[in-house]
Design a binder for this molecule. Structure first.
Ligand code: SAH
Length: 352
């Protein structure tokens, strides 16, 4: 039985499911889920993420977190964590770039938070030179200073989606029509969690929120506030989500999210305001990825790497720099928000 049949059977027995349930099944079903079964990244995968574009991305993130660690008095025994590390490329680049920082690796407990058994294996291989802990959930993070990165993690968390009427909301659901999966709407109901959106939306508007995101931020931000640390959250999205951003990507092309469930990557834009509101620590302003990387010195790093390159390798390198930073590419679509202790400085490259 494929995932479509599994879902059609569930819907026939229990009725339509929310978009959040649909996303969760498609992405992480134990035997049919996209992250469970596929190799999502790279030219032969379905999409390319920033750490796969250029080593400079992970290097600068690593140096940024190491700078935070130094500014906070070099705490001994801290967690260096990545949420949703994919192939492990970002962490590998971050570790290589910070090798020379006195005491940083010795004090770091490298910790990956990953739900996919298949990706866990790849991460172990990529980081085989290091001792790493892998956790299934942020709730298992130890109580100590936490320096963390999440790149394209929050966009993979399931969302609920609502269309506004006068004062109520109808939830987008996945049901069945003529033996096919079909989108529909639930009944019109009040949604207390969306009351704050009534002032600035109008009937017909679509809003989304991720029920899983706030608990993750609560765990990460709570440790940062209690024990020190910082988190860099990088994703596409905006300060406040508006409109339907639910999308499927397969083989680098937009796809129909209801066709072949489990075979395409499903994401939604991140509502950074909701993350900031859930954080029990201080947060920075939202900063475009291109601006953040420029402030961290990506151009100097690009020039120094370019000295050793020529021909097609140099062209790929220049294109990678442009892709990460240019406003027409990832530079503006992707945003960065930092979390830091209430009484501490914001991470380098970001502002309060
Ligand atoms: N950060 C990587 C990968 C992004 S893809 C990069 O930039 O290349 C999203 C990652 O989050 C994958 O590793 C996926 O398996 C993981 N993931 C998705 N949902 C998760 C969840 N609920 N808990 C833990 N990891 C999750």
């Amino acid at each position: 039985m494929n995932l479509r049949d599994v879902l059609l059977m569930r819907i026939a027995q229990n009725g339509p499911i929310s978009l959040a349930d649909y996303m969760a099944e498609c992405l992480l079903h134990p035997t049919h889920g996209y992250y469970t079964c596929h190799m999502p990244f790279g030219v032969e995968g379905d999409f390319i993420t920033a750490p796969e574009v250029s080593q400079m991305f992970g290097e600068l993130i690593g140096l940024c977190l190491a700078q935070c660690w130094m500014e906070q008095g070099r705490p001994q025994q801290f967690t260096l964590a990545e949420l949703g590390p994919g192939r492990g490329t970002l962490m590998a680049d971050a570790l290589r770039a910070t090798r020379g920082i006195d005491g940083f690796h010795a004090a770091a407990r490298i910790t990956l938070i990953e739900a996919s058994p298949r990706l866990k294996v790849l991460q172990q291989q990529m980081l085989s030179d290091y001792e790493i802990d892998t956790l299934g959930s942020v709730t298992d993070l130890p109580d100590r200073p936490l320096f963390a990165i999440a790149n394209e993690f929050f966009d993979a968390l399931p969302i609920r989606q609502f269309s506004r009427s006068e004062t109520n909301w109808r939830e987008t659901q996945v049901g069945a029509q003529n033996d096919q999966l079909a989108m529909g709407y639930g009944p019109e109901l009040p949604q207390p969690a969306l009351a704050y959106r009534l002032a600035e939306t109008k009937p017909g508007d679509v809003v989304e929120y991720s029920p899983a995101a706030a608990p993750v931020i609560h765990e990460v931000g709570g440790r940062i506030n209690r024990h020190g640390g910082a988190a860099l959250i990088i994703d596409y999205g905006a300060w406040r989500s508006l409109g339907d951003t639910f999308q499927a990507v397969r083989a680098h092309q937009p796809a129909d999210p209801l066709v072949d469930p489990g075979q395409a990557d499903l994401t939604a834009h991140v509502d950074f305001e909701a993350l900031a509101e859930a954080a029990p620590c201080a947060h920075t302003r939202l900063t475009p990825q291109g601006v953040f990387l420029e402030r961290l010195g990506i151009t100097q790093r690009a020039q120094s790497l370019a000295e050793h390159l020529s021909g097609p390798a140099l062209e790929t390198h220049i294109a990678g720099h442009r892709r990460l930073t240019h406003p027409d590419e990832m530079g503006n679509l992707f945003k960065v928000m930092g979390l830091f202790p209430n009484d501490g400085p914001p991470p380098p490259g970001l502002e309060k």
